[in-house]
Ligand binder design. Structure first.
Ligand code: NAP
Ligand code: MG
Length: 401
């Protein structure tokens, strides 16, 4: 069978530990036999980030801006222990943070749903995708403990030296205080990424804040979303048959719990932190969460939501075969190939990416699973296989489809 041809290469960002091993297995077993893979390879392993003073991360992100689509393997974010383990020159920043800052993007996370793994919320039939605003609010705040009686004020100093002040609270005893911010620019980029991605996956977009209480701060989010929607997206949403819906955060939570899913849910930074963990744990496994970074001008970086699965890697180094779940990493590849196929008008490549996803879901539904899914999959006979065996079963299924 002739291999499927590509036009533009994907930006390929290789990573660390167990996911690096799986990365190669995915390419060897389920991609290369079917597709004449074209990629521009960047080695984002911690060893190479250290050797290049982290330039490789920056270069891979800049190349993604040019080519439009990247696929990324999980990478180690160094801490003190990793500094020692890898004798690093410096505690390099999180690659995901660096890439996100360069692309100015928003991260969208969605679970892969499989028949037989029932979400704990039983009405959820379709994936709920969470978009988390990844800038500001309580994550970039300034906090203070007030030891006793005091007047707390907000003070803003303008470039001409004039100031604006506003009372926060007159303390008559000890207490706490916090100042936080966001910027129109960041909120607008977030809004554009959300509207762009909703059109992409043809799902309704829901957004919520607490603007009834936070009449300036949260209200600004609401207004910017509405302005961006009205000026640039309303007619495209109508054409695509999807809608944009704004409500209050407590109302949206109640609605999500009663919904059947299939919604893109945009969240402010803190809400997104909390709600993505809720959706992920309700759907069973971190190994089944996909993640994509979308820039406001429509550049895409696909990856798994989980890390480098260190515990499994240490077993692998001892020569053991591990049963690490490659689904999220595989879906990063299929997502990237599908997007590349759409942009380059290669229907065969799009169809392959879709078949790959269907085949891998069918393999699980047939009861062939990695260890983590064995406990979750209900009502059928199960065979637990190692990662290679699982990928081979997908390749076999692809040949049947
Ligand atoms: P992790 O790699 O996500 O793994 C945590 C645990 O979750 C694993 O030990 C495993 O549980 C389970 N798990 C996660 N993915 C799995 C998979 N595909 N198949 C089966 N089980 C899976 O998180 P971590 O151990 O906290 O972090 C390890 C490294 O990853 C860190 O250096 C961190 O910096 C990095 N990290 C990178 C990213 C990224 O690049 N996007 C994200 C998060 C963390 P059991 O051990 O019980 O089997
Ligand atoms: Mg969290």
């Amino acid at each position: 069978m002739a291999k499927i041809q590509m036009k533009t290469p994907l930006v390929e960002m290789d990573g660390d530990e167990m996911t690096r091993v799986i990365w190669q297995q995915i390419k060897d077993i389920v991609l290369s036999p079917f597709v004449d893979l074209k990629t521009e390879y960047f080695d984002l392993s911690l060893v190479n980030r250290d050797a290049t003073d982290d330039r490789v991360t920056v270069e891979s992100a800049l190349r993604t801006k040019e080519l439009g689509v990247a696929v990324k393997c999980a990478t180690i974010t160094p801490n003190a222990q990793r500094m020692e383990e890898y004798t690093l020159k410096k505690m390099w920043k999180s690659p995901n943070g660096t890439i996100r800052a360069i692309l100015d993007g928003t991260v969208f996370r969605a679970p892969i749903l499989v028949d037989g793994i029932t979400p704990y919320v039983s009405c959820w039939k379709k994936p709920i995708t969470i978009a988390r605003h990844a800038y500001g609010d309580v994550y970039r705040d300034s906090e203070m403990y007030v030891p006793g009686e005091a007047l707390a004020e907000l003070v803003v100093t303008f470039p001409d030296g004039t100031t604006k002040r506003q009372e926060i609270h007159r303390f008559d005893g000890p207490g706490i205080l916090l100042g936080m911010h966001n910027t129109d620019r960041s909120i607008e980029a977030f809004a554009r990424s959300c509207f762009t991605y909703a059109l992409d996956i043809k799902q309704d977009l829901w957004f919520a804040t607490k603007d009834t209480i936070s009449k300036t701060y949260d209200h600004r989010f609401k207004d910017i979303f509405q302005e961006v929607f009205d000026s640039d997206f309303a007619s495209r949403f109508a054409e695509a048959g999807i809608s944009y819906f704004y409500t209050l955060i407590d109302d949206v939570v109640a609605r999500i719990m009663r919904s059947e899913g299939g919604i893109l849910w945009a969240c402010k930074n803190y809400d997104g932190d909390v709600m993505s963990d809720m959706v992920a744990s309700a759907c069973g496994s971190l190994a089944m969460m996909t993640s994509v970074l979308v820039s406001p001008d429509g550049k895409y970086e696909y990856e798994a939501a989980h890390g480098t699965v260190t515990r499994h890697y240490y077993k692998y180094l001892k020569g053991e075969k591990t049963s690490t779940n490659p689904m999220a990493t595989l879906f990063a590849w299929s997502g990237a190939l599908k997007k590349r196929g759409q942009l380059d008008q290669l229907p065969e490549l799009v169809a392959f990416a879709e078949r790959l996803e269907i085949a891998s879901i069918q393999v699980i539904e047939d009861g062939i699973v990695t260890g983590d899914l064995a406990v979750l999959l209900e009502d059928r006979e199960k065979t637990v296989v190692n990662t290679e065996g699982f990928l081979q079963a997908i390749a076999d299924k692809l040949n049947e489809l």
